[in-house]
Structures are given as structure tokens and as C-alpha cells.
Design a protein around this ligand. Structure first.
Ligand code: PGA
Length: 215
């Protein structure tokens, strides 16, 4: 099973998301590929409604989850709320570690919350030496230099890192960082890589369809 994960980051309004979905709606059923779209919280209901209506082979992921359970935490979305829409959640993205001071302790709490409410964390690391919280089963390797740069890691090195992560536990390993329709197969064809996490290239529906087809 291959994971094709789209990380929209802080992009798209409701109308823009609906236009993207209209283009993606005729995507052929994909055997052995799990497509997971991670849009902003505001778009999760838009996506859910559309996916249900057209019975699309797409699962939803959130880009974040609170480390707190429900309660007096203004501005936070807790895992019980997220679970209404999403089966997955990205935790540990380098942009959150860097811009929102999410340290190992917070990331572990977030994973615990996700797992408590039966959401699968997709835990992001920048190298094989980053610590991975207990209970995580899906890990995304995203080297900092490759994110949004147009300079992906080599498939050979990504495979090496994936294999070393797999010796730590029975993780599924996804590669992320400048994945495109042109290079996706070079990663997904590697023995230890179980999918890709796509940022910038996922925002364009036609490009994303090609990524799914080529993976
Ligand atoms: P990119 O982003 O595909 O634009 O490099 C990947 C990510 O940060 O998840």
C-alpha cells in the first residue's frame, strides 16, 4: 500500500478548495494507493462534504491537533473535534517545530491525543536521529533542505534513511520534500519507502492527479 499525502499548508479558501475538488473528482479508483489530503481546519468540512457526496477514494488528514483535550483552550482544535473529519494528522512538521516552538514534549502529547481519539499520526522527522513518540506507526522523512526548495533528497539517500528508521520499529515510511509528478516514482519505487508527502505540487489539481498516477 502506497500513501500519497497532500499537505496544503496555509493555502486555499473554500471556493478554491471546491475548484480543486471539481478537478480531482474524476480521478480513477486507485488500487493499492491511499490518498490523504491535509487541508486547513477551515476546509475540512468542505472536503468531507464533497468526498461523501461523490464517494471519492480520498481520506482526510488534519495539519495539526491540540496537545490538550477538550476544555478552556481558546483557539485550539482538540483531537475529539478533529476526529469528526480526519482519520490522520500531521505532527512534527519542521514548520511547526520552527515557527510554533513545538518541542519533543509537545509533539509527544499531540501524538498521545491523536491516538486516544483513534486518529493516525503521520509523524515528521528531519533525520533518522529525531525521536519518535511511542504509538506512532507512520513516519514521514522530510529533510529541511528539500522542503519547498525544488531540490529533493536523492531517492537513494531517502531509501537509506527509511531503512534505518525501519530498524527502530515497524514504521511505514513516507518521503517528503519537493516531490513532483516527474520524480515521484523514483521515491515510491524504493524498497523502504511506502509513499510520499507532497506540499507545493499538491495545490495544483492536475499536477496532483499526475503524482497519484505516476506514483
Ligand atoms: P514541498 O513540501 O513538497 O513543497 O517541498 C513538503 C512539505 O513540507 O510537507
Amino acid at each position: 500500500m502506497l500513501y500519497i499525502v497532500a499537505n496544503f499548508k496555509s493555502h486555499k479558501t473554500g471556493d478554491e478548495a471546491r475548484a480543486w475538488l471539481e478537478e480531482i473528482k474524476n480521478l480513477d479508483k486507485t488500487e493499492n494507493k491511499t490518498i490523504i489530503i491535509c487541508p486547513s481546519y477551515t476546509l475540512l468540512p468542505v472536503f468531507k462534504e464533497f468526498i461523501d457526496k461523490y464517494n471519492l477514494p480520498i481520506k482526510l488528514g488534519a495539519q495539526n491537533v491540540s496537545q490538550f483535550d477538550e476544555g478552556p483552550f481558546t483557539g485550539e482544535e482538540n483531537a475529539k473535534q478533529v476526529k469528526e473529519f480526519a482519520e490522520f494528522v500531521l505532527i512534527g512538521h519542521s514548520e511547526r517545530r520552527a515557527n510554533f516552538n513545538e518541542d519533543e514534549n509537545i509533539l509527544r502529547q499531540k501524538c498521545d491525543m491523536a491516538i486516544k481519539y483513534d486518529i493516525t499520526p503521520i509523524f515528521l522527522v528531519q533525520s533518522e536521529s529525531d525521536s519518535i513518540p511511542e504509538g506512532v506507526s507512520v513516519v514521514a522523512y522530510e529533510p529541511l533542505f528539500a522542503i519547498g526548495s525544488g531540490h529533493p533528497d536523492t531517492p537513494e539517500n531517502a531509501d537509506l534513511v527509511a531503512s534505518s528508521l525501519k530498524t527502530q520499529d515497524k514504521y511505514e515510511i513516507i518521503y517528503g520534500g519537493s516531490v513532483t509528478a516527474e520524480n515521484v516514482k523514483s521515491f515510491t519505487s524504493k524498497e523502504n519507502i511506502n509513499g510520499v508527502l507532497v506540499g507545493g505540487a499538491s495545490l495544483n489539481a492536475q499536477e496532483f492527479i499526475k503524482i497519484v498516477q505516476n506514483a
